[in-house]
Design a protein around this ligand. Structure first.
Ligand code: NDP
Ligand code: MG
Length: 391
């Protein structure tokens, strides 16, 4: 029996994870579930999965949750805040890290330091502190399995010996596929005026609002390039992005002998979640079998950096190194939130990020404190720029 903590249980990945777990009650037991504000959803999940602990974002949310659970006669230890998130991340056998944004870094790192099996959805944690995070994984014997569909596909397309000896594997390129999001073929001049609803309407995937906007700007792919760099030890020059609107090929590895290995499937996050949960075995996920004859056509094109400047900014941050990706990530989080609140336009997102990156010095990512200081600085700078252009 594997005991699992789900960080971000009420989110899109959290709900998909619970859906897979519910199919295998003989294999998995939920140790802890966490949410930030969705107290009623978390109470319903606690009623179904009976975790020992539940964690929320504030004292008020904790007392609401405790009284909802009391009313249903459910015994569960309720707490709140970052320290409690870090505790439950360090307690179970396996941790699903599915909090969105920088808030997920501290608990994911706590899981790494406690040597847990980490299923990593929270790509922002790796983007912000890649080297420090990977060091914590290696120094503490943690196991890191990627949930992001592209990285899970790459992981599946690499030999299992890759982590021990990447040099001998003969990898020429890592090829990340990207759907191109909802605005792939919309006239570029009209992007100034798109709404949050349009940006969140992803053609293939159903996801949380922040990553949906990231997909529309292609910052998501940019963050994934940085994530791939840290997960697979590949330099920026070895990572390609190819637009593939059907999202059937989830990513590929190109080898020196001309072979290309890819992982395919219907676009449903339960596949990578089930893969990582059961690895190296396989379990049913609830996802239907892929039928290529009904899909018929798979298309590919090169990304247009003028249409998607966020992708170029992410490559720039990766090459600059140090705390530059932390600057990029923090500026993006502030800009996306402002766009979702209708304070700035869609194209202002890349303008805010570019200004934060180009008007602030980055430093060495020598400690988590240095990364968090850069994150705070970038957020303050981004908020000032947003206030200047807010409409
Ligand atoms: P959602 O917005 O759907 O869910 C986010 C979860 O994090 C919720 O449980 C939310 O709680 C919780 N949360 C939000 N803010 C905080 C905070 N400050 N402190 C603690 N918990 C918080 O996001 P997704 O599930 O879409 O994405 C989660 C992560 O997985 C992201 O990093 C994303 O990039 C990554 N990912 C997602 C994919 C997808 O298909 N959705 C695919 C690949 C990667 P509450 O709801 O209670 O407020
Ligand atoms: Mg992805």
């Amino acid at each position: 029996m594997q005991h699992i903590t789900i960080l971000g249980a009420t989110g899109s990945i959290g709900v998909s994870t619970l859906d897979v777990l519910a199919r295998h009650p003989d294999k998995y037991k939920v140790h802890a579930l966490t949410a930030h504000s969705k107290v009623e959803e978390l109470a319903a999940q606690c009623a179904q999965f009976r975790p020992r602990r539940a964690v929320v974002g504030s004292a008020e949310a904790a007392s609401q949750l405790a009284s909802l659970l009391r009313a249903k006669d459910i015994r569960c230890d309720v707490s709140y805040g970052e320290a409690a998130l870090c505790e439950v991340a360090a307690e179970a056998d396996t941790v699903m890290a599915a909090i969105v944004g920088a808030a997920g870094l501290a608990p994911a790192l706590a899981a790494a330091r406690a040597g847990k099996k980490i299923l990593l959805a929270n790509k922002e944690a790796l983007v912000m502190s890649g080297q420090l995070f990977m060091d914590a994984v290696h120094q503490n014997g943690a196991i890191l399995l990627p949930i992001d569909s592209e990285h899970n596909a790459i992981f599946q397309s690499l030999p299992q010996s890759y982590a021990r000896s990447p040099e001998g594997a003969g990898v020429a390129k890592i090829v990340l596929t990207a759907s191109g999001g909802p605005f792939l073929s919309r006239a570029v001049e009209t992007l100034e005026d798109v709404t949050p609803e349009q940006a969140c309407k992803h053609p293939n995937w159903s996801m949380g609002r922040k990553i949906s906007v990231d997909s529309a700007t292609m910052m998501n792919k940019g963050l994934e390039v940085i994530e791939a760099h840290w997960l697979f030890g590949a330099p920026a020059s070895q990572i390609d992005v190819v637009i593939h609107p059907q999202s059937v090929i989830h990513s590929m590895v190109s080898y020196v002998d001309g072979s290309v290995l890819a992982q395919l499937g219907n676009p449903d996050m339960r596949t990578p979640i089930a893969h990582a949960l059961a690895f190296p075995e396989r379990i049913e996920s609830g996802v239907g079998q892929l039928d290529l004859t009904t899909i018929g056509t798979l298309q590919f094109e090169k990304p247009d950096f003028a249409r998607f400047p966020c992708l170029a900014l992410a490559f720039e941050a990766l090459v600059a190194g140090g705390t530059s990706p932390a600057l990029l990530n923090a500026a993006n989080e502030v800009a996306v939130e402002a766009f979702l609140d209708r304070r700035i336009g869609f194209r202002d997102i890349d303008r805010v990020i570019a200004r934060v990156m180009h008007e602030n010095e980055h430093g060495a990512a020598s400690s988590i404190e240095a990364v968090m200081a850069q994150d705070a600085l970038a957020r303050a700078a981004a908020r000032t720029i947003v206030a200047g252009i807010a409409r």
